[in-house]
Ligand binder design. Structure first.
Ligand SMILES: [Zn+2]
Length: 165
């Protein structure tokens, strides 16, 4: 396993719709292991492949020691609305409140290609939507008003400069 290099906003890979995963072989298994290692090394609770420069539809999530992988995920049902503070390893050092669905049901494949459903509300719903957004080339800042978005981007750039990221 290896910790991969993170890419940061405004890297174009973060703005690209990622490709479906069709090959669940050894190379893909290594990618998934590396994604977990990279997420933990950065103290994240979710990481999508584009965040390490790999344009594939796979994200890893670990909220409260319950790690799982979603491959080629789709949101098939959603309900309600909630506003939650969001941050992102690709936009470090800046946070903002984002309006999203309160509950979602996601159909995805696991790391071996088997279909499963995962549903969640609250933080899990936020995290699922955030990670699936990444696979569509979308960041949490895209949900903000233009002025707020500029502020958050500026704050993150300053943070990265200071921390040499
Ligand atoms: Zn993110």
């Amino acid at each position: 396993m290896a910790i991969r290099f993170m890419v940061y906003e405004p890297d174009p890979v973060l703005r690209t719709r990622a490709q479906s995963v069709n090959d669940f072989g050894a190379e893909f298994q290594t990618l998934v292991d590396d994604m977990f290692e990279t997420m933990y090394a950065n103290n994240g609770c979710g990481l999508a492949a584009p965040q390490i420069g790999v344009s594939l539809r796979v994200s890893v999530i670990d909220l409260a020691q319950n790690p799982f992988v979603i491959v080629n995920p789709d949101i098939v049902e959603r309900e309600g609305q909630q506003k939650m503070d969001a941050g992102c390893l690709s936009v470090p050092g800046a946070y903002a409140s984002v309006l999203r669905s309160q509950w979602v049901k996601v159909r995805a494949q696991d790391r071996y290609g088997t279909l499963f459903n995962v549903e969640g509300r609250g933080l899990l719903a936020e995290c699922l939507q955030h990670e699936i957004d990444h696979l569509d080339g979308k960041l949490f800042i895209d949900h903000l008003q233009p002025l707020k978005k500029k502020m958050v981007q500026g704050k993150s750039r300053k943070f990265r400069k200071k921390n040499k990221l």
